[in-house]
Design a binder for this molecule. Sequence first.
Ligand code: TRH
Length: 377
Amino acid sequence: MKARWDIFCSVVDNFGDIGVTWRLARQLVVEHGCEVRLWVDDLRAFERMCPEVDVQREQQWQEGVDVHHWPAQWSPTPAGDVVIAAFACQLPPEYMEAMAERERTPLWMNLDYLSAEDWVVGCHRLPSVKFKGVQKYFFFPGFRPGTGGLLREAGLLEKRHAFQLDVAAQRQFLQTLGVIPDDGARLFSLFAYENAGLAGWLDVLSTDGRATHLLVPEGRILGDVQRWLGVGGLVAGDIHQRKSLTVQVLPFVRQEQYDHLLWCCDFNAVRGEDSFVRAQWAGRPLLWHIYRQDEDIHLDKLDAFLELYTAALSPAAKAALIVLWQAWNTEGDMAQPWKKLLEHWPEVTQHAETWCLEQGLQADLATALVQFYESWI
Ligand code: TRH
């Protein structure tokens, strides 16, 4: 019999919570034949990346996933065989009672935040709290062997590789977004939180000898882009040119389209968790705007990833990449670090592909979750 999975997603802010759980839910259905209910407390955030979602409905099927609005007033519901609380969200107390009432208690997991820190390996799959005999476990995604790995659909890297070899397919895809870059222009994407360091980067891109076409999906960074351009009210479709830099605003698109966008670009600035992982699967150089946390603990996470990611780079390329990423995440000067990184562009580009293929050797997160469940029953 198919295992029944319940995934709980509380949208704290932005799109990462729903981005990760929606991807995971679909993969469990398509690749592992699971029955998945996805409980989401904010269907509007979901609708941005899956426009078919009807925000008025309490229940609906989307791509084989049984999507439920997670209501403030919980109605009695039998618990599934596997229960995932994404990003440490608190399950409804009545649902926890239903878990405890089952004849066979469910496997209950907290799907944690992504981190490259080494302690993650020691905590992955460890028991956490217990509720009336139902044991909760920590499940950590990660980059290191011994973690739960990263979300990666079957055949993703092959699909990405074929697309990157197919210039006509890329051109056609970009045209659907209204993007027609000049011949020879570098194509970059920019998805980030507000960042005072942006102006310095755009200054240097606009005065570079080589043209850059910068694609900016609608979102939090637009205010900084507007300020730099000296315009107001940027919306999707707007294109502005400043010397060698063309800035184009894109609509927020569905996840598959965003993936294709990342695959088309020579360089991707990304943020949070899910877009960060997808940029790595693009096999192209990237810049990560990490989600800011209290007491700057995100900077430790940033350093941990940088240590791992740059381990195989030459000392000079490593230093250039680290300085750039740290400048971006502390809103520092981007001009000099960017110029420095350009000196190592071929190496950094080659490395992005190597890193992607290495990470692709690990079991993906959905498979790791299924394996954990199978070893647990
Ligand atoms: O949106 P994010 O900043 O999300 C999160 C949340 O802030 C969360 O609370 C925090 O825990 C986490 O970051 C670390 O960044 P993220 O994770 O990259 O999620 C964005 C999602 O949006 C991702 O699934 C890709 C998707 N996306 C689209 O589907 N279309 C688009 O056009 C773009 C730009 C992104």
